[in-house]
Design a protein around this ligand. Structure first.
Ligand SMILES: Nc1ncnc2c1ncn2[C@@H]1O[C@H](COP(=O)(O)OP(=O)(O)O)[C@@H](O)[C@H]1O
Ligand SMILES: [Mg+2]
Length: 217
């Protein structure tokens, strides 16, 4: 079976691309999947995370130099892995982002529920629509990140999301210190142990939803 490819994309810096990439890839790898994180952001945040010595369970490689040939480079690696998760730079029109979207079965767009973040994310929807010219099967989902439930603002912004034109994943990520600790320690969420039980459940739900979206692809 050839790898299922997930591109984590957003025009906006700080939306949670690297966090979502590493939590999802770490969770898949902790469940015994063969996972490659393809770090397509020249800032190499994912590479740094895995280099912190916390035993991150997936393989992480810098692929930012592949530019518009990333889809070809990943196709060659597809038999080695069950999943390839691409972390991308905050640039909707960058060649490497277009190439990531061309390779992907699923695009995940993390969004922080604030109007400013949503407005800044509109360009990525255009990039996804454009990518479907060459990759018509490309699925896309918004992933609400840093969710603050039960606030008026969160409700108002969540009500705006359906207009965005990309369906929302049912699972979301709350704002949690466990996710920052995970990056500081260089591990997966499971490696934080029982102190991160709620975070583990949240990431598990997200992983299961992504796995089921990609089943049969
Ligand atoms: N759900 C979350 N809970 C707590 N902190 C988060 C969460 N998501 C992201 N962060 C923090 O927000 C900052 C930006 O996230 P990051 O994943 O680096 O975004 P991007 O890759 O899109 O620039 C980082 O400091 C990260 O630790
Ligand atoms: Mg990043």
């Amino acid at each position: 079976m050839s790898a299922k490819i997930i591109a984590v994309v957003n025009q906006k810096g700080g939306a949670g691309k690297t966090t979502l990439t590493m939590l999802l890839a770490g969770s898949l790898a902790d469940r015994g999947k063969r996972v490659l994180v393809a770090d397509a952001d020249a800032q190499n945040t994912a590479v740094h995370w895995s280099g912190m010595g916390g035993g991150f369970p997936a393989q992480v490689e810098d692929v930012s130099g592949e530019e518009n040939k990333l889809h070809k480079a990943l196709r060659k690696r597809a038999e080695e892995f069950d999943y390839i998760v691409i972390d991308s730079p905050p640039a909707a029109s960058a060649p490497v982002t277009a190439s990531a979207l061309r390779a992907a079965h699923l695009a995940l767009v993390p969004v922080i529920p604030s109007p400013l973040d949503l407005w800044a994310s509109v360009r990525i929807r255009e990039a996804i629509v454009l990518a479907r010219n060459k990759n018509p099967e490309l699925e896309a989902r918004l992933v609400v990140n840093q969710m603050q439930p039960n606030t008026v603002l969160a409700r108002e912004v969540l009500a705006m999301l359906p207009e965005f034109g990309i369906p929302m994943l049912a699972a979301s990520l709350k704002s949690r210190t466990a996710y920052r600790q995970c990056a500081a320690l260089g591990g997966s969420i499971l490696s934080l142990g029982s102190r991160a039980a709620l975070a583990v459940m949240e990431v598990d739900a997200l992983r299961r939803e992504v796995e089921s979206l990609l089943r049969g692809r």
